[in-house]
Design a protein around this ligand. Structure first.
Ligand code: MSP
Length: 471
């Protein structure tokens, strides 16, 4: 039995989660459920990133101590994942003392291996990014991602000698030992590594809210190093998973940390590397960047309440290819709900079962066997081409089932040839059973409902009309 270890990033708890955060989590859940359904064991890890300047700043604004502040916010993440039917196996918090202990051990290993040096650092720091940025990155004096001015920082920091590892990094990426996907991201990273790696500061003097730096309590461990180690420390916290991870699912904004800094740390301490990092694209909401100030940050809990977790999961993975950027809006979700789900899937099941019942037909239950399409679907899901998988299901199974009904007209056939009518509907049911198998990782609740209906042959609406609460 193969064991898959799948991770999402750990989310900053400076605010409640929005639908952008849910993107990575939903994708990881689909992958994990797929492997579990297949009979492979899978361990799916998510969690929260709780240290650093960004959290400390938000806590201060809220008039709370950082620990108190994160303790209040973390349940919002758990609630959101529950609302979206996310079935994780581990939830790690970086304020967990067991994690903190592992972070210290890893820094000490880096020190022993000769990869840490104290140096003076001067630079511009963006608290939003939690990283130093260069003048060239700025747009109108501000960080383009966070719209805020960086602060000048000058302090003595401990540096990780990343520049020493350029050759090793290129070699593990090129050999495929450490895979970066999609290919365009891999090439991007290779290009950047080739243009030269600079050593990176891994401690902060100005940040108090963090893990004390081993050997120098006037500094804390840089929040990104603390955070990356979660993937490894979780294997010390949860007994049923072991290092290395099979796949780190992340957004493209945090690729450098995962594709360069993280493997370099692991190489430096002689640890195994994660097998793969996959960076997905970003989405905008109705053409705009999601933000609190714009008031367009969609709450995943409200969305799931209105459309159901399955429809949200389906719509955002169906809308555009996972590796690319795209756009989402509530209107788009509502439209997918109506066309693909209610009029498509729901209607097929309803009309099939209604005919079976009304005509009192003797049908058999089978799952359609279709090796060629099954292979394609499996390949697409394992390569994280989620929108393709969903298209495949609709094109290979849903469409032909509807076409079969329209062509054979069982309601007429039944008058002359009841056996043939039963045969047509048996075939339809086998299409539906195949659809049901493949949609399970994407829409677990719907899949369960269909399974029940196929057993009892009693139709019940899957996607009822959405009640608009007029405002
Ligand atoms: N705490 C760091 C990750 C540390 S992992 C060792 C962090 N957290 S985050 O909360 O800011 O972002 C978490 C994830 O949400 C990232 O993968 C990010 O790409 C994703 N997204 C946030 N907004 C998004 C969109 N609008 N669209 C798609 N994904 C988005 O970064």
């Amino acid at each position: 039995m193969a064991k898959k270890y799948i991770t999402t990033p750990i989310y900053y708890v400076n605010d409640v989660p929005h639908i952008g955060h849910a993107y990575t989590t939903i994708a990881a859940d689909v992958l994990s459920r797929y492997y579990k359904q297949k009979g492979d064991e899978s361990f799916f890890l998510t969690g929260t990133d709780e240290h650093g300047a960004k959290i400390a700043e938000a806590a201060k604004k809220a008039g709370k101590k950082p620990q108190e502040f994160v303790n209040v916010l973390v349940p919002h993440f758990e609630k959101a994942w529950k609302a979206l039917d996310i079935e994780y196996d581990g939830f790690i918090r970086t304020t967990n003392p067991k994690h903190e202990k592992v972070v210290i051990e890893i820094i000490e290993k880096l020190q022993k291996a000769g990869f840490v040096e104290k140096r003076k650092y001067e630079g511009l720091y963006c608290v939003g990014c939690e990283k130093y940025i260069t003048k060239d990155d700025l747009v109108g004096g501000k960080c383009p991602d966070h719209g805020r001015e960086p602060v000048e920082q000058s302090e003595e920091n401990y540096f990780f000698l990343l520049s020493k590892l350029q050759k090793e990094l290129l070699s593990v990426i090129k050999s495929g030992e450490f895979e970066i996907a999609p290919m365009t991201r891999r090439n991007e990273v290779i290009g950047k590594i080739k243009s030269g790696l600079e050593d990176v500061s891994i401690s902060r003097q100005a940040v108090e809210w963090g893990i004390p730096f081993p050997g120098d309590e006037t500094q804390t461990v840089y929040v990104w190093v603390d955070a990356l180690i979660n993937y490894y420390s979780a294997t010390k916290i949860y007994k049923n998973v072991s290092w290395p991870a099979d796949i780190h699912l992340i957004g493209k904004d945090i690729l450098w940390f995962h594709a360069v800094i993280w493997p370099a740390i692991l190489i430096a301490i002689g640890e195994k590397l994660p097998k793969k990092v996959y960076a997905h694209g970003f989405f905008t909401i109705g053409g705009k960047k999601m933000s609190k100030t714009l008031g367009n940050a969609i709450d995943p809990i409200a969305l799931s309440k209105k459309y159901g977790a399955d429809a949200v999961r389906y719509a955002i993975l169906r809308e555009f290819p996972f590796g690319e950027d795209g756009d989402i809006s509530e209107e788009k979700i509502a439209e997918r709900y109506q066309t693909d789900l209610a009029n498509g899937l729901g209607n097929l099941l309803q009309r099939t079962l209604t005919m079976v019942n009304n005509f009192n037909l003797d049908v058999k239950l089978d799952v359609m066997k279709d090796a060629k399409h099954e292979k394609e679907i499996e390949r697409n899901i394992e390569n994280l081409n989620f929108s393709e998988v969903l298209k495949n299901i609709w094109v290979y199974y849903l469409k032909p089932a509807n076409e079969l009904i329209d062509k054979e007209k069982p309601w007429e056939l039944v008058k002359t040839d009841k056996k043939k009518a039963a045969g047509v509907l048996t075939l339809c049911l086998s299409y539906i059973a195949a659809i049901n198998k493949y949609i399970y990782p994407f829409m677990p609740e719907t899949s369960e409902k269909i399974k029940k209906q196929l057993k009892t042959l009693k139709p019940e609406p899957l996607f009822p009309r959405i009640e608009e609460k007029g405002d």
